[in-house]
Design a protein around this ligand. Structure first.
Ligand code: PLP
Length: 393
């Protein structure tokens, strides 16, 4: 079985490009060109150089000694929190801005929830001197004020989405509407492995630098290129896709995906898409989706704005259905406790998204000789207020 995308843009039963006719030219242009452009030598040179000198790659693979001692196994952290702008998202926005330039686009649009992808997009637009418009739910604009300020400082325009629950899903709808109205000069930088083909594959490839580096770093530290377990949190699934990418076809690597259970899987306030979802179509791709019996999308909930999405990328839907990956759901409380623990055991304050990945250490036992790599997708500065309020520190 293959866990990568096929020529038609599917991962098993999931993926494809379910888009309004008005978007065909844009999406087809990408489908036709993304592989040849990103494989060209001049693209590779510029991409690698920016990742190295601007983003700060390779990010360290750090042996977390105190955490390893506590859980009696060997835990390495892949430090995506040390990327410029504080999370893995910039790996993808660098790739897409270079692609957009080569397609002759001079206007960039993006959607954002917590604001991390908006900041990463505004950053690369400033770097390249390209106009940037970020759609963000009106509710999220209020909740994530520091990131809104960062985007403005970087020269981006932040447009509020006023429909629906005024969060990420609605911002995405607005961005798609904009793209339909501006088909020639505009590139839409999607922030995760979601959306119509080729986005899930394109974003996964840009993020695959994460597992590429893990292989080299493990070889140096452990004398072998693969871990026994690779762990990542899944919102749309881009940091996870990057961490899994080079291990997908290696059966000796156990893949663990961590989703947000919110207040609990059975409470109606969660974002555990794989467990709760059924097949459906959202934002241009067929995937697992939280929905009512008659197919209305259910509002997701998680304390973490970055995991608060009702769908999951088609790669992850396939990893779930095929049984290739182990899916674990973690509640708000479990994630917050894990975030505090990592802060005080390792001196690293993780994003609340990432804290979900750490929370599995309490529920899933590993052997002392096993090598567990946890993808530390981002830093927790943006979440300090939520942590402080939660723990009444
Ligand atoms: C956006 C974000 C996520 C969730 O997005 P994925 O596409 O699932 O990776 C996770 N962690 C951090 C730090 C983020 O900023």
């Amino acid at each position: 079985m293959s866990y990568n995308v096929n020529e038609k843009g599917y991962y098993g039963d999931f993926g494809g490009a379910y888009i309004p006719e008005m978007l065909y030219p844009n999406v087809e242009e990408l489908q036709k060109n993304y592989k040849s452009i990103t494989a060209s030598p001049d693209f590779k040179i510029e991409f690698d150089q920016l990742l190295k000198e601007y983003v700060g790659r390779p990010t360290p693979l750090y042996l977390a000694k105190r955490l390893s001692e506590k859980y009696n196994t060997k835990i390495y952290l892949k430090r995506e929190d040390l990327c410029h702008t504080g999370a893995h998202k910039v790996n993808n926005t660098i790739g897409q801005i270079l692609l957009a330039k080569r397609l002759g686009k001079n206007r960039i649009i993006a959607e954002t929830g917590a604001g991390q992808h908006g900041v990463a997009t505004a950053t690369v637009c400033a770097l390249m001197g390209i106009q940037c418009i970020v759609y963000m739910g009106a509710v999220d604009i209020k909740r994530q004020a520091p990131n809104v300020a960062r985007m403005k400082m970087l020269g981006a325009e932040v447009r509020p989405a006023q429909s629906g629950s005024k969060t990420l899903k609605d911002a995405t709808n607005e961005a798609i509407r904009d793209w339909i109205n501006n088909p020639v000069d505009t590139h839409y930088i999607i922030g995760s492995v979601v959306g119509p083909h080729p986005y899930p594959d394109m974003v996964a490839r840009f993020q695959s630098v994460i597992s590429e580096e893990i292989q080299t770093q493990l070889l140096e530290k452990e004398g072998r290129k693969h871990p026994d377990h690779i762990v990542a949190c899944v919102g749309g699934g881009s940091n996870a896709a990057g961490a899994y990418y080079h291990f997908l076809d290696q059966p000796n690597v156990n893949i663990i995906a961590v989703e947000a259970a919110g207040k609990g899987i059975d409470t109606g306030a969660s974002a555990a898409t794989s467990v709760l979802g059924r097949e459906g179509i959202i934002h241009g791709s067929k995937t697992l989706l939280m929905q009512t019996p008659d197919g209305q999308i259910t509002e997701p909930y998680s304390i973490s704005a970055g995991l608060d999405y009702p769908g999951v990328g088609p790669m992850h839907a396939h990893l779930f259905r095929s049984g290739r990956a182990e899916f674990i759901a973690v509640t708000d409380d479990e994630a917050m406790t894990a975030g505090l623990e990592v802060s005080q055991l390792e001196g690293i304050i993780p994003a609340i998204e990432t804290a979900h990945a750490f929370a599995i250490l309490e529920q899933r036992k590993f052997k002392p000789e096993e090598v567990v790599v946890i993808n530390l997708s981002g830093r927790g500065d943006k979440d300090l207020n939520t942590y402080i309020d939660y723990f009444k520190l």
